[in-house]
Design a binder for this molecule. Structure first.
Ligand code: BGC
Length: 778
């Protein structure tokens, strides 16, 4: 396709118009040259589409940490294909994923959305994911380029990091994914060494586009472009979202006045056209028709394969278990994904309560409620869009009291006439007493119950990050006496419209049943646990802990969950703790319970996958993609708080297990750790150049999978250099040959330099558990 010929047909104004979003999620069409509207959407666990609401549901896969925990590149590729299928179904050309920043510090609030602390594992899983998405004719977007490894002051923070560290650690996954042929890259909000990433010509034009030969599109993170010339010249091709923004007329003037060469604009346009051609949005371009994927089955498979069994005294898989005491807020209402822009709206979520209920007699107890905000009221809700006179412009059904339209109103709603959104629902309580209602959001709200006004006022947003209005909204609560079985008519009306030309409607009508108080809840859980064959406590983080826009302040399970677990384990020694978190939490009770199973954020099939693994239909296949500290104080790298606007990556290349090895301390669980349901012997290793062949035998009684991990060491420390997932029947020996990449033996010294010499090559079950060793000479 001759893109230059098409560009030659466009006047400057049209070209410039193409470089800024026409709205929240798309670039404008140019019918004269056969260019359709190019639609983008988040990622990474599903494809939300242009609507931010449950009205347009999406498959929700497990969190990226869970996908990385499978260490299975074929599975990551299949997940990518499913995402492409979802994108195509929703008319999306560009998936804004994968997130390939690193788990530098466990405090990073968005870790659930990244893969690992290890640059190599991140790059490999990222590349497989990208290949899967793009096989389906949809562009993947590697983000956030680069060093967006924490959230505090993310718009302004300057990350100070040396060249070698940048190349060997933080750029390495991007380099790998570019080599895999990714079609888009997103520039981050933060600065690196004094220059904001949307203007970072050295890294974007220099490293990414010239040195690595990236021919795809560089899209800014949302609102990250804040200048005209420096950003346009700095390598960012497209400023999102729009229609307003610092390019448009100002960029056109800069070109006319000779401050920005037109050839720069042409290159941006060329990259848009190339992407459109690749994704079928340009006449004559073709997007392949992929083989259909069964989304529900794959989501369940990824969940089970990512579940990571940290300890097991033999209680798992369950045998002869008839009664289960199922305890915890997250057992009843599964937390299946992290918060923020990664959020999607699945059309079903199987909770642990539902999943286990199909396998045994389950007795549920809440135990303690760590949630800070009330959950959306669980009754079907109508959303009415009102004009200035209270006339109904349109009405849309919602599954619960959660209302969200960001960037786009639902079809049929005229934004110019919209003045308010009203939610109406009928709620029939199951119990009598003082129910709690809440409204969470920012702006003016009126709440009524049976026509009586309960709240009428304005809720303000504390802090400076506007994204917090939907990621961590303030909440107003009210207590309402209600009687079981009686129907109550509830409404909440919110003055709504557009914010700087962008649709931004986000609020929730929350509800909680009357609570007998935490002491009584814990006592009830203990009583139920003592009466059942086993207890399963599902404990986890909340949206206030793991989301976008802020970091964590500690690694503790929120609320009284630690206390609850200890109390339950005291009442029933056969207690399994299921940890429902996207990234590390402290588990001070880990040695006091029968088993600890980490499910990450398990996606919409949470409960079915959990039941399957607990009862042994499937083995928990996960291995930690990140080291889990015993306590935050032990973590070698914790600093995510800027000092004078900067965070210095002073630890250099020593993050994750590399830092733990150097510190000489042992974490709670090492990188690579995870138990299955069978046992393995490591039989032999041989190296032929950089091809390493390992034989392992399944020495247990059931079929199983093993993640064979290869580490290289030059005496000082081990580094992951290869891995493979093998499957074997009981008694079966399998061989795998792993090819070590040249980067495993290189350092950056103004260029890649191979460090010659003898290396120990070790195969093992985790980074601190080598089983076999060979030598390679480089
Ligand atoms: C996030 C990106 C996301 C974008 C669009 C930003 O706040 O950092 O990861 O793709 O919003 O939702």
């Amino acid at each position: 396709m001759d893109f230059d010929e098409l560009i030659a047909q466009l006047d400057l104004g049209t070209k410039i118009r193409l470089l800024t979003g026409m709205d929240m999620w798309s670039l404008p069409p140019v019918p004269e040259i056969g260019l359709d509207r190019l639609v983008m959407s988040d990622g990474p666990v599903g494809v939300r589409g242009e609507q931010w609401s449950s009205a347009d549901p999406s498959i929700a896969l497990p969190s990226p940490t869970a996908l990385a925990a499978t260490w299975d590149l074929d599975l990551a590729r299949r997940a990518g294909r499913l995402l492409a299928q979802e994108a195509r179904r929703k008319g999306v050309h560009v998936l804004l994923a994968p997130t390939i920043n690193l788990h530098r510090s466990p405090l990073g609030g968005r870790h659930f959305e990244c893969f690992s602390e290890d640059a190599y594992l991140t790059g490999e899983v990222g590349a497989a994911y990208v290949e899967g998405v793009q096989e389906g004719g949809v562009a993947a977007t590697a983000k956030h380029f680069v060093a967006n490894d924490f959230e505090t002051d993310r718009f302004t923070v300057d990350v100070r990091v040396g060249d070698a560290v940048l190349r060997e650690v933080y750029l390495r996954p991007f380099e790998r994914v570019v080599a895999a042929g990714v079609w888009a890259v997103m520039t981050a909000y933060n600065s690196v060494n004094g220059t904001t990433m949307t203007e970072h010509s050295e890294l974007v034009n220099g490293v990414l586009k010239s040195e690595w030969g990236f021919d795809g599109l560089v899209v800014s993170d949302w609102t990250a472009v804040r200048s005209t010339e420096p950003a346009a010249m700095g390598g960012t091709d497209v400023a999102m979202p729009g229609p307003s923004g610092p390019w448009g007329e100002r960029l056109e003037a800069a070109v006319r006045e000779g401050r920005v060469p037109e050839s720069v604009v042409d290159d941006h346009v060329r990259r848009i056209l190339r992407l459109a051609h690749r994704t079928g949005a340009l006449r004559g371009g073709a997007a392949p028709s992929p083989t259909p994927v069964d989304g529900v089955a794959l989501t369940r498979e990824v969940a089970a394969r990512g579940f990571t069994l940290l300890t097991n005294d033999g209680i798992l898989p369950f045998q002869g278990v008839r009664t289960i005491a199922l305890i915890g807020a997250a057992a009843g209402e599964a937390r299946v994904m992290g918060g923020g822009s990664a959020q999607v709206f699945p059309d079903r979520i199987v909770s642990p309560l539902e999943g286990l209920g199909e396998r045994a007699e389950v007795r549920y107890a809440l135990g303690t409620d760590p949630r800070v905000r009330l959950s959306p009221i669980p009754s079907p809700t109508r959303a009415q869009f009102l004009d200035a006179d209270g006339g109904v412009l349109a009405e849309h059904p919602l599954a619960t009291g959660e209302a969200r339209w960001l960037g786009q109103l639902p079809p049929g709603v005229d934004g110019d006439r919209l003045k308010a959104v009203r939610l109406l629902t009928t709620y029939t309580p199951g119990m009598s007493g003082a129910h709690e209602l809440s409204v969470a959001g920012v702006g003016a709200f009126t709440v009524t119950v049976n026509g009586e006004t309960l709240f009428d006022g304005t809720v303000d947003l504390p802090g400076g990050d506007p994204a917090a209005a939907f990621m961590a909204p303030p909440e107003r609560r009210m207590s309402v006496p209600m009687r079981a079985g009686e129907a109550y008519e509830l409404t909440v009306t919110h003055a709504a419209g557009a914010l700087k030309g962008m649709v931004f409607i986000s609020f929730t009508l929350g509800h909680a049943d009357p609570s007998p108080g935490e002491e009584a809840l814990i006592a009830e859980a203990v009583r139920v646990a003592a009466e059942c064959d086993v207890a399963v406590v599902v404990a986890g983080t909340t949206p206030e802990v793991e989301s976008e826009g802020f970091d964590r302040t500690d690694l503790k399970l929120p609320g009284r969950q630690d206390e609850l677990i200890r109390a339950v384990a005291g009442a029933n020694p056969r207690t399994v703790v299921v940890v429902n978190a996207g990234s590390p939490v402290e588990m001070p009770w880990a040695d006091e319970v029968a088993a600890v199973l980490l499910t990450w954020f398990p996606g919409q099939e949470a409960g079915t996958a959990l039941a399957g693994v607990l009862f042994g239909d499937a083995e928990p296949g996960g291995r930690l993609p990140t080291t889990w500290p015993r306590r935050l104080e032990d973590a070698p790298v914790a600093g995510v708080t800027p000092v004078d606007g900067a965070v210095a990556y002073d630890e250099g290349v020593f993050i994750g297990y590399r830092a733990w090895q150097r510190s000489g301390r042992a974490p709670a669980f090492w990188f690579g750790h995870g138990l299955g349901y069978t046992t393995w012997s490591y039989d032999s290793i041989s190296a032929d150049g950089t091809a390493v062949t390992v034989a392992v035998t399944n020495t247990g009684h059931r079929p199983g999978r093993e993640v064979v991990q290869i580490y290289v060491s030059n005496g000082a420390e081990r580094r992951l250099a290869g891995f493979d997932v093998v499957a074997a029947e009981p008694g079966q020996t399998v061989l795998t040959t792993v090819f070590l990449p040249e980067r495993a033996f290189q350092v950056w010294q103004d260029g890649w330099r191979t460090v010659e010499g003898e290396y120990a090559v070790e195969a093992g079950r985790h980074v601190a558990d080598p089983r076999l060793s060979a030598t390679v000479k480089i």
